[in-house]
Design a protein around this ligand. Structure first.
Ligand code: 5GP
Length: 209
């Protein structure tokens, strides 16, 4: 008997996804996404524009697009941003055009964003996939913040306080991952697993940006 009798149903078509990775500052969003990039996970990694000064280890165009306040305001005036926000005194904004172009090329777009930004994206693009990263404990988060040593002590305390509030937003997300110490590959793999599972949905998400 022939072994190529077609299925009596049509399989769902999955348009590319917008994946939002969020969580408190220093939880490891950037590190997880950098690791995914290193491991050549097949995504379009959206690069945020920011007016924050570059940290020594950061690379322009990879970690952020570092722009002046004037440049940022011009982009904002042109309606370039899908979402933009002031975070700890600096501007951050993601380009709507870049998201649209990547989706049109069939690429899943992955972005990292703070918790308030994720809430904005949820309003604008409710069908995006929302992933929340948690630290294993509060003191481990504080240790990660201190290790970075980029902020003065009072900002550090502010960020720990903000982290407590941000964690209470977790139930607005679709998935939660605890980003354990020295386990970036696991976190990267879990993010990828979530996206693979999303590609098995019977009713695919429809991303409209
Ligand atoms: P940092 O300056 O430490 O790299 O980032 C500060 C916070 O801003 C982090 O929580 C980071 O995820 C967030 N962030 C980065 N890009 C964006 C963005 O485009 N929009 C918003 N709302 N937050 C962002």
């Amino acid at each position: 008997m022939a072994d190529s009798i077609p299925l009596p149903i049509s399989l769902p078509q999955h348009p590319p996804l917008l994946v939002v990775v969020s969580g408190p500052s220093a939880v490891g969003k950037d590190a997880a996404l950098t690791r995914m990039r290193e491991l050549n996970y097949p995504f379009y990694f959206l690069v945020t524009n920011t007016t924050r000064p570059k940290r020594p280890e950061e690379v322009e165009g990879v970690d952020y697009h570092f722009v002046t306040r004037e440049q940022f305001q011009e982009m904002e005036g042109n309606g370039d941003f899908l979402e933009h926000a002031v975070v700890y005194g600096y501007d951050y904004g993601n380009s709507r055009r870049q998201v649209r172009e990547a989706l049109a090329r069939g690429l899943d777009v992955i972005m990292r964003i703070d918790v308030q930004g994720a809430a904005t994206i949820k309003r604008l693009v409710p069908d995006a996939v929302f992933i929340f990263l948690l630290p294993p404990t509060l003191d481990k988060l504080e240790r990660r913040l201190r290790k970075r040593r980029t902020e003065p002590e009072e900002y550090l305390r502010l960020r720990v306080h903000a982290a407590r509030l941000e964690m209470s937003e977790m139930d607005k997300f679709d998935y939660v991952i605890v980003n354990e110490d020295d386990a970036l590959d696991d976190t990267a793999d879990l993010i990828y697993s979530i996206i693979r599972a999303e590609k098995c949905r019977v009713k695919p998400r429809q991303i409209v940006v």
